[in-house]
Design a protein around this ligand. Structure first.
Ligand SMILES: [Fe+2]
Length: 240
């Protein structure tokens, strides 16, 4: 990735999303939320509010820059590699699927590796995957600024920007060459592994919290614990 691409992509495109978002939410209720919360609120379950594109593009670009490092590429390791092999069959099959998703995204957008927790409570009809794919690594592609976080229960682990502005200076219209260079020489598997660890920790915390909540709900309160006496039970029997 050339210096010129970085100057345009990070210095101009990314900068513009951030500046526009700041202008749009300045002085509104959204000001002061995290960027992630702002993005999810603005997605509004698919009924997108005006500042969504800038919020999501700001988030996506931060995540994209942090998905790469100088001298990246190579092979993932540890738990990440184990899950890739479990869920895609092999590292090669994952790479093929990811590269295909990135090249097949029609027009502008993003390709993602995400950890999909579950389909529970997803109040969003655009969620593209079935419940059989829960607790697995998945590859998804999204148009324009959309990010899998807005679908609930998806944890992005890796992304590649496939907007034309990401590759046109270096590769003209050869999107596939850009994708190959990104995966072979730039991707930071360390970043992906640490995101997987964070996602799993968050999910465990959420499951523990849900368990604690359901235990509390089952526990009878002191008034419920007192047996109720129905003095009219005989009368009910007589009536049958
Ligand atoms: Fe971009």
């Amino acid at each position: 990735m050339s210096e010129e691409t970085i100057e345009y992509h990070w210095g101009k495109h990314h900068r513009t999303y951030v500046d526009n978002l700041n202008r749009q939410i300045d002085g509104t209720d959204l000001d002061g939320n995290s960027l992630e919360d702002t993005m999810v609120i603005l997605y509004n379950k698919g009924d997108i509010l005006p500042a969504f594109n800038n919020a999501a593009q700001a988030w996506n670009h931060d995540f994209f820059w942090e998905s790469m490092k100088p001298g990246g590429g190579g092979r993932p390791s540890g738990e990440l590699l184990k899950l890739i092999e479990r869920d895609f069959g092999s590292l090669k099959k994952f790479l093929d699927e990811f590269k295909t998703a990135a090249s097949a995204q029609f027009g502008s957008g993003w390709a993602w590796l995400a950890y999909k927790e579950s389909r529970l409570d997803v109040g969003n009809v655009l969620n593209p995957l079935q419940s059989g794919e829960d607790k697995k690594l998945v590859v998804v592609k999204t148009p324009n600024a959309v990010n899998p976080l807005v679908w609930n229960y998806y944890y992005p682990l890796l992304t590649i920007d496939v907007w034309e502005h990401a590759y046109f200076i270096d590769f003209q219209n050869q999107r596939r060459d850009y994708i190959s260079v990104f995966m072979d020489k730039l991707v930071s598997w360390d970043a992906v592994s640490s995101r997987l660890e964070q996602a799993k920790a968050l999910i465990e915390e959420r499951e523990r919290e849900a368990e604690r909540k359901s235990r509390d709900e089952e526990k009878p309160t002191s008034s419920e614990a007192t047996p109720e006496i129905f003095s009219d039970s005989d009368a009910d029997l007589d009536a049958e």
